[in-house]
Design a protein around this ligand. Structure first.
Ligand code: NAY
Length: 291
């Protein structure tokens, strides 16, 4: 798990405008980001629209990216699904396909008890030899500190992807579980804060479009250049908050297209940038980022 560090794009999954999985574009965006020097990849999570896809499509996306990466950087696969059975199937597939780590949100939709969540992570983690990164995100329900502590005690659970605004917990996790337990900050608009509280790396949507800016931010934080880091975070936040008022994943895909790696469209009911007016407004906001 120690190989996972730095700036890790939660890779978008390209679909055609009609909604079909587009593996040709998936290969192209993977090559593009490798060319940008990203440190690792995170697949089929929230940004990767994992819950929009069938298990078979998720497997195809994972196989395609792993084939394109060909061992050059570590790859973590989000395998979360609603039942232990389905998640174990995705986890064992990820291991067989050559992934380096797995990650999962807790089971969603029903209000599962802490014991059920614990048994989910125990069974999924035991099903492979890969390190498991627990994923805390309010979208998938509450995951309190007590439960995180119990999950961290499962053999093979090696870290947490922390995508909630309560960053004081990052420090608590670091203090309580030591440096061997990896922490990935998942809110791109608070990357600086995540790192300041002790995160080892960043996983998120916007590292698909500005990985270089965030690599500078990581370096500035590591070297104690706080003002520089603040300026970089403020710059990134302009485009993040502009897109959050609209369709963030679709915006990331459009912008990647302008950068030379057409990432296609999002699956409905997510919207896409389809009119020239919408696209022009996004272009203006993105241009402002370079000023
Ligand atoms: C993933 O794909 O699983 C993630 O990386 C999640 C992190 C993203 N959060 C959500 C809710 O999708 O990158 C963030 C997020 O898009 C960004 O911080 C803007 O809010």
């Amino acid at each position: 798990i120690a190989d996972f560090k730095g700036v890790i794009p939660a890779l978008v999954t390209p679909f055609t405008l009609e909604g079909a999985l587009d593996l040709t574009r998936a290969r192209a965006i993977t090559r593009h980001l490798l060319g940008q020097g990203v440190d690792c990849f995170y697949l089929t999570g929230s940004t990767g629209e994992g819950f929009m896809m069938s298990p078979d499509e998720r497997k195809q996306m994972v196989e395609t990216v792993l084939d394109e990466v060909a061992g050059s950087v570590p790859v973590m696969v989000h395998v979360g699904a609603i039942s232990t059975y389905q998640t174990v199937d995705l986890a064992t597939h990820a291991e067989g396909a050559g992934a380096d780590a797995i990650s999962s949100v807790p089971p969603i939709y029903w209000p599962f008890t802490p014991e059920q969540i614990l048994s989910y992570y125990t069974d999924v983690t035991r099903s492979t030899a890969l390190p498991m990164v627990v994923y805390k995100i309010p979208l998938a329900g509450a995951l309190g500190f007590d439960l995180i502590e119990r999950l961290a005690g499962i053999e093979g659970v090696s870290g947490i992807k922390y995508t909630a605004p309560t960053h004081f917990e990052i420090m608590q996790i670091r203090q309580q579980f030591g440096t061997g337990f990896r922490i990935f900050s998942g809110a791109d608009e608070m990357a600086l804060s995540g790192l300041a509280f002790g995160a080892d790396g960043l996983i998120g949507s916007f590292y698909n479009i500005v990985p270089g800016l965030y690599a500078e931010l990581v370096a500035a934080m590591a070297e104690g250049r706080l003002e520089e880091a603040q300026a970089l975070q403020a710059k990134a936040n302009k485009i993040i908050f502009f897109t959050l008022r609209q369709y963030p994943m679709a915006a990331v895909k459009r912008i990647m297209g302008w950068q030379g790696a057409d990432a296609g469209y999002c699956r409905a009911p997510f919207e896409n940038y389809e009119t020239p007016e919408q696209e022009a407004a996004l272009k203006d906001a993105f241009r402002a980022l370079r000023d």
